[in-house]
Design a protein around this ligand. Structure first.
Ligand code: NAG
Ligand code: NAG
Ligand code: NAG
Ligand code: NAG
Length: 467
């Protein structure tokens, strides 16, 4: 390795350290799977990388556990001083103290490279910028010394060629069935109100080209959300131990159907008038054939596919539905019973099963994909029966031989994961919806995630189906 190259490596190392120093003050994980690896014993075994990249999950977070001092050695060239500014921007200072490299040119990288300033040896250069903006540093000979992305508490500096190419190669992808263009959506402030959807389809217009790739948009540490799982090892068992006491004031009869795994039924958990209000807000036209998730496209959105596995109709509670007093009351009630805040909930999904409709044996957690996502896996299903059914339509837990007959107002709670490791699927809660033989079954799902769901969903990071 020549001195040139070594200098560059040092520079990168120093930059990494100064970012790391800042990151350690905030002390966060750098991968969506950190919590999972920690539970699997990754922190105890001596692979040092997991300690570095997963300090939060490994319990090694201490304020200033890595000081910025190391950045003041010979090759200290830059010292980033980032502080939040009122309007979401950041202020940063670049230093240059790299003898022999002459003045360093700083340019801003988006679709094109724009020159923004020169730093002289021993000089400093201060500017206002925004999170995720990318800057490039070149010496007098044009050699790239470093490429930096503005980050708050992130240790990501090695921007490879693919990343750079993704910035310079960015187009909008308006869909055929849209009645508006990206421009019009943007004027209606959709880039801000609906950033995930807009990034996927209108990245150029919204200036979010750098966020198109799912890995960069959807890592938990990049999202303005709590980095902590709502369950630690064993918490779930604790929650269920005293669930009867907590639920008594909301339910006329709380029945524990199984203790391993836990399955609990709550009579009258949703009131007649609440059911009426919620269903009145779902026009018949909102109900569509229920779909399964297909393969993701290159930006992480799933295609919706119709399958013979489930034949019900479903509708999601969205927008104004989520503002209904009944919606708020019911979700708050569930949150109190299960001790998980409502931002961990998916929007309520309403279901209609006509005579003959069913959902074959399945599980609510997808073990392969769910731990990779910022919202983590579904940990609980709180199922609400919104009608009586004359015959059929039972929820049947195949491995437990437990069958629950639909009754209007009844709630049923079961976990999808294990109490001792909430990243691992509990196969015992496989279940099916038996075919309705007489009558109509109306019901609703409330799915609850290990990490917050709302923010990842806003950023199109939940594998949501775009219908
Ligand atoms: C070390 O941790 C990793 C998780 O990062 C795990 O896959 C591996 O099995 C662990 N090795 C040992 C010996 O425990
Ligand atoms: C910096 O960039 C500008 C604009 O591209 C160029 O004119 C100038 O020569 C560069 N200076 C150095 C020191 O590389
Ligand atoms: C339908 O169910 C079968 C068996 O449970 C499963 O293998 C298959 O992947 C399911 N199909 C879809 C589209 O979910
Ligand atoms: C399942 O439960 C039903 C009703 O409790 C019982 O009649 C039946 O024998 C059970 N089946 C098995 C395989 O245990």
């Amino acid at each position: 390795m020549g001195p040139f190259c070594r200098a560059t490596r040092f520079l990168l190392k120093v930059l990494t350290l100064s970012f790391a120093a800042f990151a350690y003050e905030r002390c966060g994980d750098t991968d969506n799977n950190c919590y999972k690896w920690a539970l699997e014993g990754g922190c105890e075994n001596s692979s040092d990388s997991i300690e570095i990249y997963c300090p939060l999950s490994c319990g090694s977070c201490e304020p200033h556990s890595c000081s910025a001092q190391e950045a003041n050695e010979d090759f200290c060239t830059m010292d980033l001083e980032l502080r939040d500014e009122e309007n979401g921007g950041m202020h940063c200072t670049f230093w240059h103290n790299l003898p022999g490299r002459g003045p360093i040119n700083v340019s801003f990288l988006s679709e094109v490279e724009t020159h923004v300033g020169v730093i002289k040896l021993q000089g400093a250069f201060s500017m206002h910028t925004y999170e995720d903006h990318v800057f490039r540093f070149r010496d007098a000979g044009g050699e790239i010394l470093a490429t930096l992305r503005m980050v708050k508490s992130r240790i990501v500096l090695n921007l490879d060629d693919d990343f750079i190419a993704s910035l310079t190669n960015c187009v909008d992808r308006p869909q055929e069935h849209w009645d508006k263009t990206c421009d019009i959506w943007a004027k209606e402030e959709q880039c801000v109100r609906n950033p995930g959807f807009m990034t996927v389809f209108c990245a150029k217009t919204c200036h979010t080209c750098h966020l198109r790739e799912e890995d960069l948009r959807c890592a938990r540490r990049y999202l303005p959300m709590s980095q902590k799982p709502v369950l630690q090892r064993g918490d779930m068992d604790q929650m269920f131990q005293d669930i009867k006491d907590r639920a008594q004031k909301y339910s006329s009869n709380v029945q524990i159907l199984s203790r391993s795994p836990w399955i609990v039924a709550f009579e009258g958990i949703i009131l007649e008038e609440e059911i009426a209000e919620l269903l009145a807000a779902q026009g018949q036209e909102n109900f569509r054939r229920s779909k399964d998730q297909g393969d993701p496209d290159s930006f992480g959105l799933m295609k919706a596919i119709v399958s013979s596995n489930r034949t019900s109709q479903s509708a999601w509670c969205q927008d104004t539905c989520k503002e209904l007093p009944s919606y708020i009351a019911v979700t708050d009630r569930i949150a109190k019973i299960i001790q998980v805040p409502t931002d961990h909930f998916e929007s309520m999904q309403f279901l209609k099963y006509n005579v003959g409709d069913y959902y074959v044996k399945h599980h609510d957690m997808n073990e392969e994909k769910d731990n990779d996502r910022a919202c983590g896996p579904r940990i609980y299903t709180f199922f609400l029966y919104l009608s009586d059914v004359e015959e059929g339509g039972e929820t049947y837990f195949n491995q437990l031989n437990i069958s629950v007959k639909p009754r209007k107002g009844l709630g049923l709670l079961w976990p999808s994961v294990l109490s001792e490791n909430p990243t691992v699927r509990d196969d015992r809660t496989m279940h099916e919806a038996k075919a309705v033989l007489r009558g109509l079954k109306v019901a609703a799902n409330v799915w609850v995630h290990l990490f917050s769901y709302e923010i990842p969903n806003l950023w199109a990071c939940t594998g949501g189906l775009y219908r």
